[in-house]
Design a binder for this molecule. Structure first.
Ligand SMILES: [Zn+2]
Length: 298
């Protein structure tokens, strides 16, 4: 998808158009942009995506905070007397690093709808953080493994554990992402798996953050056998609100806007034309219409 910006067009997380905009570094958004030499993007996103591109600007286009993960931006374009906003992935809840999305007023809105289902309303982030914190505390004499996406959620978990004086063990990939967070001013204490420090840490009860697919009971059992120490496992994902996981606990930690936040965003933006991506926004628009009584195009 692309949108006009004066005499040029801007590709939205896509190589289409004269200039591509990359909202953030999750791999479902970087496709086709890895070899670009210049991108409308934040430097943190370019660093996290491992792209050797230069961050550029375009007249009429502005990048604004999206929350979600480090470097994530929304695109705001003023062209032909109308303002268009493309959100990329957004989170309206302020996360542990203080990141959250701005809501600009606009004419046309292109917004994500990952959780465009009214049954997805997340508890306050502080509540989810304190559930995870409680789980870690209560199992401090056991090995703890928590599954999470390696970019974004894992860094939140590292910081959360750091606040309890724990430096968790992480994968090399997560460590690389943590290094970029640090380059951009966010300190994260962690231990990389396979290092001498990790060997040492594993001589007593330890906490590890692993990719989602690894956080299963059978893996915890293998660790329990290998280290002769009880081991518990959990996942941290927004889908935990409704899906069951083969783990001891599941925490609804999300870096996306939930249903109510999507409705709030659409209302606050005042947009007369709204398009959705990453999901179906029909029920979001139904909720907006029933609240406002206005007729909007979706
Ligand atoms: Zn994302």
């Amino acid at each position: 998808m692309r949108i006009p910006c004066g005499s040029i067009s801007i590709g939205l997380d896509s190589p289409d158009g004269d200039i591509p905009f990359l909202s953030h570094a999750h791999s479902d958004h970087t496709g086709g942009l890895k070899r670009k030499t210049s991108l409308l993007s934040s430097q943190a996103t370019i660093d996290l995506a491992g792209i050797g591109a230069q961050a550029i600007e375009a007249d009429g286009a502005k990048l604004i905070d999206a929350g979600h993960i480090l470097g994530a931006k929304q695109l705001l374009v003023d062209s032909d007397g109308a303002r268009t906003v493309y959100t990329g992935d957004i989170s309206l809840r302020q996360n542990i690093f203080g990141m959250k999305a701005e809501i600009p007023v606009c004419d046309r809105l292109i917004i994500e709808a990952t959780y465009g289902d009214p049954s997805y309303v997340f508890p306050p982030l502080e509540e989810v953080y304190s559930q995870i914190y409680g789980f870690v505390k209560e199992n401090s004499k056991k090995n703890i493994i928590i599954g999470a996406y390696e970019l974004g959620k894992s860094q939140e978990l590292v910081r959360l554990m750091n606040e309890d004086g724990i430096a968790p063990i992480v994968t090399e990939k997560t460590d690389d992402f943590c290094s970029v967070y640090e380059k951009h001013g966010i300190k994260l204490d962690r231990i990389v798996v396979g290092s001498e420090e990790a060997e040492e840490a594993m001589s007593r009860a330890f906490a590890a953050i692993v990719p989602m697919w690894k956080a299963k009971r059978y893996f915890a059992k293998r660790l329990a056998d290998a280290f002769e120490r009880p081991t518990v496992c959990a996942v941290a994902t927004g889908w935990a609100l409704h899906y069951r996981f083969n783990t001891d606990a599941a925490f609804p930690l999300s870096d996306h806007a939930d249903f109510n936040e999507l409705v709030h965003y659409v209302e606050q933006s005042g947009a007369k034309e709204v398009d959705f991506f990453c999901g179906d926004g029909k029920r979001v628009m139904d909720a907006v219409k029933s609240k406002s009584g206005l007729i909007l195009n979706s």
